[in-house]
Design a protein around this ligand. Structure first.
Ligand code: ATP
Length: 557
């Protein structure tokens, strides 16, 4: 199938803002692919969202905006400066390349038209290149692609490369489209997605084996799943009453890890499903000693402790982001792993009630004091809430964040922030928001972005602005943030810039208010930056649904 067919679909998606129409367009296209070239259904599904790899994959294209502009310049025969000017003018590298390619006077003759598979395979090749001169080799392949591309094709190839397709399609629409194209109930698609995290696979199995095939998909050690997330508890007593009885645990403040053992391999994934095993060699060896030599998936929180006390969350990031000198860091920043769940042991456990998953955890973990522990826990009923209160106080006194309140009967729900696991913290709630723009300061601060524009995501993973934030950062963090942001600037008008959404900030605030000023319909009063969330990506930021419910909650009280 020709790539122009996919481009036509992108353009059609672009021409409507209505989700139902987008779903219809995609469903028709997936059906068409299924009937004609079923083997490309997985890549087409991913490419419809502007992705080449499923979210859990470690692979990335590794081409930043600068390099991409260079490739465009060479393919069109202009200077990189001219490309930069176009990008600044249009505010979008895709539109800029469309314009430049249209102006390209010399039509490339005798080039074979691009197929979807060719574009996909070349982009995979680009991701596979590493080592010396990799940037040149990557650019070479990209230029080859671009020089065979029409202006419309160039627009979408470049947008795919920087992972900003801008056709308003996220996982929600794709799931609806697969369900519509292959007549599969929405819940079955949801569940298969939850277990595999791979919509390409879900589409292919839907077409080939239908509902029965999808029901056979299961969790597999070696393939990380999205973690189950927690809502905020309005009060310990109220939550325990609602659950009937509850399992309360200390909430440790570090990073969430999902640990997989498959055969001899042990892999550690973050909540963004990044593989960080190489950075944490001691955790890999502790796990080898503490857990049986069988396939499993367990979950826990890794924290840094000094003299038995937890120390700042930021230290752990130094460990996780470390690429060299790892052995020295092992001594300098010692880690403790607190395990709290089992997702797989012998078989898939996610439908098993939490109380049983915890029993399994306790039966398989050999505690390794100070290195591998199991989260501290109490079982609480509405008549002995004091036990949970005491756990909360003890946890805070020991320097932890608060407690988790878990429904003992609940299954594990990947990627869901539901009412089966709640958190109760000493500190007021914060939001994790993506940086999408900014404004340079005036006078002495003209070289710094003084205020950042922040966005949340709607239920289709589209970003919607919610606030500007200008305070909260010390000079060091402000400088660090500026450094991170500079290469991500895609467009500048006067002092205002647009920023590729890559960076997530944790924001404290006094109140959520309705406001027509921002795309989300809300704004934040007195927002303050609490820190940079290196462990989160824009896919993990807070959702419109959550803000809706926080807003409604605040109206009640
Ligand atoms: P926060 O910023 O409040 O940590 P978050 O956005 O990182 O929240 P949430 O799902 O809201 O994530 O809160 C649950 C998090 O608490 C988990 O992701 C995990 O990292 C952490 N955690 C610490 N201790 C536990 C525990 N005993 N059980 C479950 N999660 C725990």
């Amino acid at each position: 199938m020709l790539y122009t067919k996919l481009v036509e679909v992108y353009e059609a998606l672009n021409s409507t803002t209505k989700r139902l129409e987008k779903t219809e367009i995609l469903a028709d296209f997936l059906k068409l692919i299924g009937e004609n070239e079923p083997h490309i259904l997985p890549p087409v599904t991913l490419m419809s969202m502007g992705r080449i790899f499923p979210t859990w994959s470690q692979k990335e294209l590794g081409i930043g905006s600068k390099l991409l502009m260079k490739a465009i310049a060479s393919a069109v025969g202009v200077t990189p400066g001219e490309v930069e000017d176009q990008v600044r003018e249009t505010g979008d590298i895709g539109l800029a390349s469309e314009k430049l390619f249209r102006r390209k006077s010399q039509v490339t003759l005798f080039t074979r038209p691009l197929t979807i598979l060719k574009v996909y395979k070349d982009l995979v090749k680009i991701a596979d290149i590493s080592g010396g001169r990799s940037q040149y080799k990557k650019i070479d392949i990209l230029m080859g692609l671009l020089s065979s591309a029409s202006s419309f094709e160039a627009k979408y190839i470049t947008r795919t490369v920087i992972e900003e397709l801008r056709v308003g399609v996220g996982e929600g629409t794709i799931k609806d489209a697969i369900s519509q194209a292959f007549h599969i109930p929405k819940e079955v698609i949801e569940r298969s997605h939850m277990l595999t995290n791979d919509l390409g696979l879900v589409a292919a199995v839907s077409r080939e084996e239908g509902e029965e095939g999808l029901k056979k998909l299961s969790l597999k050690p070696g393939k990380p799943v999205k973690p189950m997330l927690a809502q905020l508890s309005p009060g310990i007593g109220e939550t325990v009453k609602e659950m009937g009885w509850a399992i309360c645990e200390t909430k440790y403040d570090g990073i969430r890890v999902q640990i997989h053992r498959k055969g001899e391999d042990i892999e550690i994934y973050t909540r963004r499903l990044e593989n960080i095993s190489l950075a944490l060699p001691e955790i890999v060896s502790y796990i080898r000693e503490s857990l049986p030599a069988e396939d499993f998936i367990v979950e826990g929180e890794i924290i840094v402790t000094r003299d038995g006390k937890p120390i700042s969350f930021q230290y752990i990031l130094q460990r996780v982001r470390r690429k060299y000198d790892i052995e020295r860091m092992v001594d300098q920043i010692p880690l403790t792993l607190y395990l709290f769940d089992t997702l797989y042991f012998g078989n898939n456990l996610i439908d098993t009630p939490f109380r049983r998953r915890r029993e399994i955890l306790e039966s398989i973990v050999r505690i390794y004091p100070g290195k591998v522990e199991i989260s501290r826990q109490v079982k609480v009923t509405p008549s002995d809430i004091e036990k949970a209160q005491k756990l909360f106080e003890d946890s805070i006194n020991e320097g932890h964040e608060g407690i988790m309140i878990k429904d003992p009967e609940a299954p594990y729900m990947p990627g869901i922030r539901g009412k089966k696991m709640l958190k109760f913290k000493a500190e007021p709630e914060t939001l994790d928001l993506a940086v999408v723009g900014g404004t340079y300061g005036k006078g002495k601060r003209a070289h710094f972005i003084g205020s950042y524009l922040l966005a949340l995501q709607d239920d289709d993973n589209q970003l919607r602005t919610i606030a500007h934030v200008a305070t909260g950062l010390d000079d060091k963090t402000l400088a660090e943030l500026s450094q991170l942001v500079e290469p991500l600037i895609t467009n500048q008008k006067g002092r205002t810039v647009r920023i590729e959404p890559r960076i997530v900030l944790e924001i404290a605030f006094s109140e959520i208010v309705k406001s027509p000023e921002y795309e989300s319909g809300y704004s934040l009063r007195f927002p303050v930056v609490k820190g940079i969330r290196y462990d989160l990506s824009p896919e993990d930021i807070d959702t419109l649904e959550r803000i809706d419910s926080m807003f409604k909650g605040s109206q009640k009280s």
